[in-house]
Design a protein. Sequence first.
Length: 575
Amino acid sequence: MIQSPVHTKLPLGQVLLNRGVVSQEQIDQALAKQQDQGHNRLLGELLVELGFCSDNQIAAALAEAYGLPYAQIIPRLCDPEVVELLPRDFLEEHIALPMFKVFDTLTVALSEPANVFVIDEIRRLTDCRVQIVCATAKDIRATLQTYLPAANVFVIDEIIDDAALENFSMIENLPEDITDLEEVAGQSPVVKLVNYIIYSAVHENASDIHIEPDEKVLRVRYRVDGRLYEKMHPPWQMHAAIVSRVKIMADLDIAQRRLPQDGSIHVLVQSRPIDLRVSVMPGTYGEKVVIRVIDFRKMLNNLEALGFSYDHLTQFKKVISHPNGIVLVTGPTGSGKNTTLYAALNELNNEQVNICTVEDPVECNIHGINQFEVHDGAGFNFASALRSLLRQDPDIIMVGEIRDRETANIAVQAALTGHLVLSTLHTNDAPGAVTRLIDLGVAPYLVSASLIAALSQRLVRKICPNCKDPYEPSHSIRRLVEKWTGQTPTFFRGIGCKKCRNTGYSGRIAVHELFVPDDKILDMITHSVPLKTLRAAALENGMVPLYLDGLQKVVAGITTIDEILRVAAVNEEAV
């Protein structure tokens, strides 16, 4: 037996009028547009398109009109095993979602409950009684995306064999826009799986994708907010095919399996450019693939969005407004140094200045800025690029990284000859940039004459706002925070939820240490004082240490004390 929808007692427009959702004038306007388009569009669809109401309001009105329940669908309302009862193509074509099954009754969410043919086909395919729930197409599609890719892994496993694997390297190149998964539905399962891995990584804000073979096991992991977590376990037999597919996309040699290879892939996801940096490395059980995901939209932040405290932001803006000198951003790999530099360039970018960058590689294209990529194999390294760049009449120069003696000396000379130079270094703290430059062979008096400021930073995870909860820390932690912030805060942490994958964290923010030397400290640099002495002088001069900036973010309820102690252990000056 099937529960078929009854004829509406009232038209959709009348139900919306009764609910006070729309006016008669708005309905007339939608009906006129429907008539102009030959009745090929649904009234509800046109009302939403015209901005008169929302998808949810239309779905609720349809449910009332047909005497059906209405539900706002979310993944946890559905049984994953029940979703697999119907073919993926059928579900996507008809925007249907099997939710749960009780005995022989299957509850299915539909966006068009009047389609009795779809309901009859569901009954035939599942041999179940069908209970209809009305929901929006948007909610149904979003929930399908949560469950269907995992179900596809099993389908792939069933059709893979050794002979089929030989042909996967002949797949055509990936379409530029991988947003619409229906476009690749008829292609090889490997293509669809790799597309999904990339698509899902972008939507989960992953910074890296790891495809790792082990003995008879293949796993895919994402790095989200600086931490790795397992996403899926594709069939182990697919490993060679997946690696070949990625190599083809990155224009690498699929026949070379004994040497590391690097490449890049450019795709569009939801009409925005995504750059993928691919690294393939031979291992004991086969080649491991790591894909760095670079989302240009997230790279182009303004300084206000980077987590600076008010004092740090004011100081840093003043620092980068200097007409000449060198400003360094320091920290370990993955601490957001380039994002800070790009934000600084955005702040400085205008028609009156010539800004040039030398990078390896160019991570984000900025309109109005001249960007150059080094090629070590061709002899075009940072030093030679900088030397040539000085003949391009630059006002502001950004150097991706100062990593050798020659580059360091040219950058300092550029800063001394009327250019503002921005660059990065790998040091543990901000004053450490001074000793690092000296170690690279820059004379102390030149460092003193050119250095404007050094900014050290780390990234810490933010508390998930969905499961944020107050708690009481240990006595020693509370005492430490109260001592160094002068406040008695309420401590927060995330208890873990589905939105944050039960980590308690969602997103990241930077903590900073800004070293701006005064005349006394510049004189100390000229005389090559030890780093410990230099740091003590900087703290006396008002420099806020990294951990203290972090503790202020703990007091503000942005992050946790555990995160601060992880990236910036309290130094001896704090005890």
